[in-house]
Write a protein that binds this ligand. Structure first.
Ligand code: PLP
Length: 449
């Protein structure tokens, strides 16, 4: 029997990434408030928010300083845009701060309101850039199977997950996918991580050659794949891939929407994994998820090309009403100030060994084939048989059941397609809370067995 609020939800809301049929009977989990790493439902039951909302609430819930930063900016200049050369100080200041933080050569910062818009902007800038350079054939973009980059028509095309393509008439032509760097699932018997990385780089090169390098413009990758299964790349992966990209003048876009701002114990995931991208997309933890904000870094050659186009066309024809929204920028500035002042990124690096040790212990469980992670992100691969690594029938919904049992235990973790469970708690989590999280997850796995 659904509560009044739950019934109203079922009658009115179309939920993203939800089994709409199951939702009619199970109804929603309605949350009312949050505090630290905990959220509370309408009955007052606490849950450890083991997913930071959607990989974003890095500073946890009810951070008064962030709320005050938003309130103060709303009281001062609640809206301002950047069109036609207009500006405001929160956007200018934030762009300055980000230029100093991002591990890529950055001439300018372009703001969006989400990760999807950031990656969509990357696609458009890639195309525009190559037109500006007089290379109209160099337009194809390579993503990876199981990669996740958003839901717009272009970014769902970059994404390599079946649910984003099937019956959506996607991917669009010109969007290609290379192999997923998941050693546990796709390495050949006895293949080392390095050998696997070299093989995948070889496959990427073969794809570029097959398509004709003159037509391939960019490659996009998350440092650690999030929605595809919390997949940490094998040793030497980015090194091998970058060598291929450099040979064929293919730009490297790092999608730092999850890994950016401390998740791996470094400011950006690229730094932890030896990736040297040309440009970065960011979102989520830039505001600790408190208000929507995303963006991309623009390097000097790209900017020069935009400048030339502007001289020719009279304007840079891209941007949304909320690009560089002052409230979002003010909250981002405060978020980054807190990351620095509280040494949040260093804190992640210090807590990560404990988090990863507790995560690894779950691999002892019968139905866990692999427990992998880095920093404060982890993934479990649920298997029917550990020796053969065989998976359950998708219809059995075993990982989804584990997530439901976790909820019963007072823990929110996320089910990912392919029978995977992701964990990605707020960066402020304490060691005692990490223990409570994994105790609850272990009990949920026991019940799933
Ligand atoms: N890129 C990555 C790596 C993501 O994880 C996500 C969202 O989870 C996106 C892009 C899309 O961001 P948004 O949902 O803000 O559009």
């Amino acid at each position: 029997m659904l509560s009044n609020l739950a019934t109203r939800d079922v009658e009115t809301l179309l939920h993203p990434y939800t089994n709409l049929d199951a939702h009619r009977s199970t109804g929603p989990l309605v949350l009312e408030r949050g505090e630290g790493v905990f959220v509370y439902d309408t009955a007052g039951k606490p849950y450890i928010e083991g997913m930071s909302g959607l990989w974003c609430t890095a500073l946890g819930y009810s951070n008064d300083e962030l709320a005050e930063a938003a309130r103060a900016q709303m009281g001062r200049l609640p809206f301002g845009h950047l069109f036609s050369g207009r500006s405001h100080d929160p956007a200018i200041e934030l762009a300055e701060v980000l230029k100093g933080l991002m591990p890529v050569p950055t001439s300018k910062v372009f703001f969006t309101s989400s990760g999807s818009e950031a990656n969509d902007t990357q696609v458009k800038l890639t195309w525009y850039y190559n037109n500006a350079l007089g290379r109209p054939r160099k337009k194809k973009i390579i993503g990876r199977q199981r990669g996740y980059h958003g839901v717009t028509v272009a970014t769902a095309s970059l994404t390599g997950l079946p649910a984003n393509h099937a019956d959506w008439d996607l991917p669009l032509p010109g969007f290609l996918h290379t192999a997923c760097p998941h050693h546990y699932r796709f390495a050949q018997s006895g293949e080392s991580e390095r050998a696997f990385s070299e093989r995948l780089a070889g496959e990427l090169e073969a794809l570029i050659l097959r398509e004709d390098p003159e037509t391939v413009a960019a490659f996009i990758a998350e440092p650690v794949m999030g929605a595809g299964g919390a997949i940490v790349p094998p040793e030497g992966y980015f090194e091998a891939v970058q060598a291929v990209l450099a040979n064929y003048d293919v730009r490297f876009i790092a999608d730092e929407v999850i890994c950016g701002f401390g998740r791996l114990g470094t400011w950006f995931g690229s730094e932890a994994l030896g990736a040297r991208p040309d440009t970065i997309s960011f979102a989520k933890a830039v505001t600790s998820g408190y208000v929507p904000l995303g963006g991309v870094s623009v390097d000097e050659p790209l900017y020069e090309a935009m400048l030339a186009e502007s001289r020719k066309l009279g304007t840079f024809g891209h941007g949304t009403t909320y690009s560089g929204h002052p409230v979002a920028c003010a909250v981002a500035l405060k978020t980054i100030e807190i990351y620095r002042r509280e040494r949040i990124v260093e804190g992640v690096a210090a807590k990560a060994p404990h988090f990863q040790a507790r995560l690894s212990r779950l691999a002892e469980h019968d139905i866990v084939g692999e427990a992998r992670g880095i920093g404060l992100i982890g993934g479990l691969e649920i298997v029917a048989d550990k020796a053969s690594r065989a998976q359950y029938e998708p219809k059995a919904g075993v990982a989804a059941r584990c997530v439901a049992f976790a909820q019963g235990e007072g823990l929110i973790v996320r089910f990912l397609a392919g029978d995977r469970v992701a964990v990605c708690p707020p960066l402020i989590i304490t060691e005692a809370e990490i223990d409570a999280l994994f105790d609850r997850l272990a009990r949920a796995l026991d019940r799933t067995r």
